[in-house]
Design a protein around this ligand. Structure first.
Ligand SMILES: [Zn+2]
Length: 106
């Protein structure tokens, strides 16, 4: 089962996560829920999800972004996207044209 959530920042730039259940989660997909819990306090920075591959799927680790992941990122114009695949492999995608937002907030 893929898991995921939304990465948000408060006015001071502190990052946290919301909506860890997503709108839909299945074996091969998680659909992020971009509804902010408190839109006056938080803004969306990006999303994260896992790429779990169980024994029936060869137990792969280190699986990076799919084509669908990147299409989602481009369409939603998030600043960051993270994918955890296995215990030691975290992939990140950062839009450099929006990186100033994170630096300014931090
Ligand atoms: Zn993915």
């Amino acid at each position: 089962m893929e898991r995921g959530g939304t990465v948000v920042a408060d006015a001071q730039g502190r990052l946290s996560i919301q909506n860890t259940r997503g709108l839909l989660a299945s074996k091969g997909e998680v659909n992020p829920d971009l509804t902010l819990k408190d839109p006056k306090k938080f803004s969306i920075v990006g999303v994260f999800h896992t790429h779990p591959y169980d024994r029936s799927e060869e137990s792969y680790n280190g699986v990076s972004f799919s084509g669908g992941d990147l299409a989602y990122l481009i369409l939603n114009r998030h600043t960051i996207m993270l994918v955890q695949s296995g215990p030691r492999c975290l992939h990140s995608f950062v839009r450099l044209d929006r990186l100033h937002m994170l630096i300014t907030l931090s």
